[in-house]
Design a protein around this ligand. Sequence first.
Ligand SMILES: Cc1cc2nc3c(=O)[nH]c(=O)nc-3n(C[C@H](O)[C@H](O)[C@H](O)COP(=O)(O)OP(=O)(O)OC[C@H]3O[C@@H](n4cnc5c(N)ncnc54)[C@H](O)[C@@H]3O)c2cc1C
Length: 468
Amino acid sequence: MADSTYDIVVIGSGPGGYVCAIRAAQLGFRTAVIEKRETLGGTCLNVGCIPSKALLAASEKFDEAKDHLAAFGVKVGEVSLDLPVMQGHKDKVVKANVDGVAFLFKKNKITWIKGSAAFTGPNTLAVTGADGERAVTAKHIVIATGSEVMPLPGIAIDEKRIVSSTGALTLSEVPKRLVVIGGGYIGLEMGTVWQRLGAEVTVVEFLDRVLPGMDGEVSKQMQRILQRQGMKFRLSTRVSSATASDTGVSLTLEPAKGGAAETLEADVVLVAVGRRPYTAGLALDKAGVALDEKSRVQTDGHFATNVPGIYAIGDVIAGPMLAHKAEDEGVVLAEMLAGQTGHIDYDLVPGVVYTWPEAASVGKTEEQLKAAGIAYKAGKFPFTANGRARAMNMTDGFVKILADATTDKVLGAHIIGPEAGTLIAEIVLGMEFGASAEDIGRTCHAHPTLEEAVKEAALAVAGRPIHI
Ligand SMILES: Cc1cc2nc3c(=O)[nH]c(=O)nc-3n(C[C@H](O)[C@H](O)[C@H](O)COP(=O)(O)OP(=O)(O)OC[C@H]3O[C@@H](n4cnc5c(N)ncnc54)[C@H](O)[C@@H]3O)c2cc1C
């Protein structure tokens, strides 16, 4: 067995792992990343954020050409779909991104050890790759192994008729009827893609709302808009079985609170009920690393596990399962290992849903503030009153800013509308600096921009918006 010793070895090259490795290398650590996938970038770049956004962008163009350009006086004739070309676009985007990480590894002199890592002791790993097994030793080991699709008991994912998000990214034809189990962001995003391309989409959700965890008003509005686009919803409903045949899938639905079962037929079913931390094959017991009650690697709030020298970041630990959260944790951990200080305010990790319109959120929701008994003021501004949104024919949605009733400090913001994912950044930055609603309201915003809706919502907190 060849032997390799490093200052830092990161297991997993997703946004948590690769960013941690780059920052560690910048700080002078001799760094290696162990990745078992054929390409770098983890879930996010290979089968998550990036391919889903490539298909969302492409399907939005199709939808625009088919249904929305005529209103601008743009005639395009008959619009038809070339799905292989669209999938080719997605594949090209993924390749550019994963190759980009490989380039960054070379640039920063990070070693990619190809293979699957398993602990053999507290600071030793065995890596099994195509050319056999090798021992790897490191002063610091970072577990960044991410997450995997959460299965639904009794429903077998075959990635053909019953697919996970991974299979939903590679369908070779548009299903006539697509049933999405789960009304979270992955279900809605992938459902949106296939609906735009012609599928009849039904979302079945156990809870009584879509996008649980987001502000209630945003969830309601999102459901209304998606319904108008043709998506069907079965809320408070449980899928108790799904049986695939050569011709389709037969699902059994039951009311969440119990009651008569019914059958729903589909051509393809997408199981999108969440993700769970991935530690299979790591042999954590050999190092003595503890898991928490949700099978996540347990950390002390500063990424240290119970074993000295072993750390964990990203989807495999507590917190929102989001790429930018994993990235920030990677940077902060590398800096802490270099003796610097670091901190992440988890309240300020934005969440974005890339449907059309987009939804974006940061900080507390109204429901959370009410439950915590915090007195707040809400300022809301609809895109119907924003000149730029009118010019773009994109007037659905609103910006809502929540501020402390006494101090005016911004506590949360929730946006549904065009470019919501971009607009939220201004508010996240403001909140990082402890901004008040008045600070945002008095900041000069270019005209005519969608950002003016943010300014107006901030002014509306004090009851003085100008344009409504
Ligand atoms: C369809 C979809 C869309 C998404 N869209 C978004 C989005 O728009 N925005 C967003 O913020 N998040 C999105 N996410 C979530 C995002 O992908 C994750 O939060 C992010 O990838 C987590 O990063 P990570 O570094 O923790 O782990 P991962 O990206 O999961 O990477 C972990 C890596 O570790 C490797 N690995 C695991 N075990 C071993 C081992 N023993 N040895 C060697 N290698 C190992 C895996 O092969 C994998 O490559 C999406 C996810 C999905 C599925």
